[in-house]
Design a protein around this ligand. Structure first.
Ligand code: ZN
Ligand code: ZN
Ligand code: FE
Length: 742
């Protein structure tokens, strides 16, 4: 029988850990010889044997690939036979100068491991650190590349004989599973000196105590989600006034008792990434009011580590699980730091001795019209690259924005958008930012030649970029980056023509010295033109106007009701706005929502970003379809009078129209003005595709109304999916813009 040899190249296997063993098993099962390995561009294999077996190999390669392997492309070419006698797995090529290995995202406990976890006969029965090639910690434990146990935080744990045997057996589920371990050789769970830490933890939670729990990417704080005193105590001690807490439910059925879970949401909840999913809360759901005060939504996630599975089973009810920090500080992830910062919040610590190398927050998602949308892309997704349709000609670092910062390192067709770094406004987050960049550079062997940054001179990410030597610097306008991010998210490359970019958000530096945020751009990747925007208003007091939405109401309209609530400050604020003292001009859509919220008495001051707009959305009557009109001043750029909507709000309020109706009409008014802006852009620029980006589009009531109007008007609408529409997506946009210019 003819022996043929075929070289196979499999591209885009970013979750490479389980892939080489799979290829090994497949090849040996078919009696083929050869080798499998990985290099800079992915996994390669050479197989040799009877022609029929080789083609069967190729067929099964794609069909039966392990659950975590994401294959972009398989190419096969004939090569000369080598007559090798066996099939081998080539060692990681650390010596070849190629440092990149395929570090995957942290992955929820797989079904096989769960079965063993619950099997009294298994040696890992109830072991909180069980994992295998298909699941477990990855990104959060990797200290350096190549991805090998010695370079992870599992290094201090010497494998016992049985674990080592599994680790070295290509036929075993734990072959080359770097974090593999067992009760005899792996990490240990502790809660003070309790003999059964899990039972002790469950007892404490059931008695209304607050528990610190060490997770994958940091410490969480936990409390019984149905126990108001416990959740209220957690809120008080954490100094978190209103921002909602997430809840962990044991399984889909438990989640469905708390919120409406449709098929898309169920897929997200049970996906290997196990993000928090924001869901419509069921009326009467057994959740303490302090969990998500005044919110129709509930953030729910399912257990993603064996520890979570065991804990939820022991507590037997949903728990609040929120990041272990005080107020707006980053989540604590080192044991000493957690012990210090959480000691006054937590009544006890459920912890262990496997170190976390990279602080990684839970990811947050939601669904819109049957598709998932990332709100915060972090644990479970990072560091998987976003594949771009155009290759980066030179390696790029994009430094992101200020709030919800992420950075992005890119080369080839891969953009590695970082985990959520947070708001770059203290030393700790700045350290995460700079160390994170160094870490990614090593992990993915990227030495950036081009560095992109936001035009805002005061952003710490901008200052970081401007201090770098020997690189090409590319300043990128904030809202151009938003729109480019949406284009890249949708797989549009350099060759795609310009689109209408609608960037509605809170704050972004405009090249004209004003603060932008209600923008209609004719934008491609390389360049943009500002076609129109919301008419600018002063922000009295600058940043104070962001914290106190009533100031924005005052800047827009002289409303006696708002004036009456702030008699002492009102005259000064009005004078400040009129004279332009400490009152930068802004076209921000976020500030327009703030003003409406204040006029309706929803909120005069906020304690987390976007709070007033979020509460206004919550208030709105979903059944109301009325629309407030807004004038368009048809200059170039055109200006849309957001103040018209606010005058309509006041008029309806005076006529005692219920606030939920007014809130809805305001939302539909914003949607209508976006449609009007897009129609004008189409007329003037001949463009038919609209990309929607910016944090304002996290508002689903608005987004739904906008998409409905635009699609009815014959526009093609691009939305975010893989990266957030908020500033967490900025770094990706900066990266593709910088690449297209260089
Ligand atoms: Zn597993
Ligand atoms: Zn062991
Ligand atoms: Fe923004």
């Amino acid at each position: 029988m003819a022996t043929i040899r075929t070289a196979v190249r499999v591209e885009g296997v970013v979750q490479g850990v389980g892939f080489r063993p799979f290829v090994h098993a497949l090849a040996t099962g078919l009696g083929l010889t050869g080798l499998v390995g990985n290099d800079l561009d992915g996994v390669f294999a050479e197989v040799e044997g009877p022609a029929a077996a080789v083609s069967e190999f190729l067929r099964r390669l794609e069909r039966d690939a392990p659950p975590l392997a994401r294959i972009e492309r398989v190419t096969a070419t004939a090569v000369a036979p080598r007559r090798s006698a066996e099939f081998v797995i080539a060692a990681s090529d650390a010596g070849s100068g190629v440092r990149r290995t395929l570090v995957s995202a942290d992955t929820a406990t797989c079904a096989d491991c769960l079965r063993e976890l619950g099997d009294p006969a298994d040696r890992r029965h109830r072991y909180p650190f069980i994992n295998c090639t298909n699941c477990g910690p990855r990104f959060t434990i990797v200290r350096d590349v190549p991805y090998d146990r010695s370079l992870t935080t599992m290094a201090p744990f010497a494998m016992c004989e049985r674990c080592a045997a599994e680790y070295h057996d290509p036929a075993d589920r734990r072959f080359h599973a770097q974090p593999t371990c067992c009760p005899a050789c792996g990490p240990r769970l502790t809660l003070d000196d309790a003999t059964d830490p899990l039972q002790a933890a469950a007892e404490l939670l059931r008695h209304g105590r607050v528990l610190a729990v060490k997770g994958l990417g940091g410490y969480h704080l936990a409390a019984d989600a149905a126990c108001e005193p416990a959740v209220a105590a957690l809120r008080r001690r954490k100094h978190r006034e209103d921002k909602p807490f997430a809840v962990m439910a044991a399984d889909l059925a438990a989640a469905a008792e708390l919120a409406e879970v449709d098929a898309t949401a169920a897929d997200l909840l049970t996906s290997p990434a196990r993000p928090i999913v924001l869901l419509p809360r069921r009326p009467g759901a057994a959740v303490a009011p302090a969990t998500a005060p005044g919110n129709r939504q509930l953030g729910i996630m399912l257990p993603y580590t064996p520890l979570h599975h065991l804990l939820l089973a022991a507590v037997a009810r949903p728990i609040v699980l929120t990041s272990g920090n005080v107020s707006d500080e980053p989540i604590a992830y080192r044991d000493d730091e957690a012990g210090e910062t959480l000691k006054d919040i937590a009544d006890a610590f459920l912890t262990h001795d496997r170190a976390i190398h990279v602080r990684t927050d839970d990811s947050v998602t939601r669904t819109f019209r049957g598709r998932p949308m990332l709100v915060r892309r972090s644990r479970g997704y990072v560091p998987e690259p976003i594949t771009t349709s155009t290759a980066f000609p030179r390696p790029v670092l994009a430094c992101g924005a200020e709030l919800k910062n992420t950075f992005c390192l890119a080369r080839g067709r891969h953009a590695f958008v970082s985990h959520h770094i947070g708001d770059l406004e203290n030393a700790e987050t700045l350290r995460s930012f700079t160390e994170g960049i160094e870490h990614f550079r090593r992990l993915f062997d990227i030495d950036p030649r081009v560095v992109a940054y936001d035009l805002h001179p005061e952003y710490l990410s901008t200052k970081y970029a401007l201090e770098l030597d020997g690189v090409e610097l590319q300043g990128v306008q904030h809202h151009h980056a938003h729109v480019a991010s949406c284009l890249a998210d949708n797989g549009h490359g350099v060759e795609a023509g310009p689109v209408i970019g609608v960037a509605f958000d809170g704050t972004g530096y405009g090249p004209d010295g004003t603060i932008w945020g209600g923008e209609f751009l004719a934008a491609g990747l390389a360049a943009f033109e500002r076609g129109g925007h919301l008419a600018p208003v002063p922000m009295p007091g600058g940043a104070a106007a962001i914290r106190q939405p009533w100031r924005m109401a005052a800047a827009y309209v002289a409303d006696p009701e708002v004036a009456r609530r702030h008699p002492d400050q009102w005259p000064a604020v009005i004078a400040m706005a009129a004279r332009g003292v400490n009152s930068p001009l802004t076209s921000s859509a976020g500030r327009l929502f703030d003003a409406a919220a204040a006029l309706l008495g929803v909120r005069d001051s906020i304690n987390y970003e976007g709070q007033a707009a979020i509460e206004l959305e919550q208030l709105a009557d979903p059944g109301e379809a009325g629309v407030y009109p807004a004038r368009v001043e048809a200059g170039s750029p055109f200006r849309i009078c957001g103040s018209d909507l606010l005058h309509a709000v006041i008029e309806d309020r005076t006529n005692r129209v219920p606030a939920p109706v007014i809130a809805a009409r305001f939302h539909h008014g914003v949607a209508a003005l976006i449609e009007a802006g897009c129609l004008l852009m189409r007329e003037r620029h001949g463009l038919g595709t609209v990309a929607l980006s910016g944090g304002v589009f996290q508002n689903l009531l608005l987004l739904n109304a906008v998409v409905g109007r635009l699609e009815a008007g014959g526009f093609r609408v691009l939305l975010h999916g893989r990266v957030p529409c908020n500033d967490g997506g900025i770094s990706l946009g900066q990266a593709v813009i910088a690449a297209s210019r260089s």
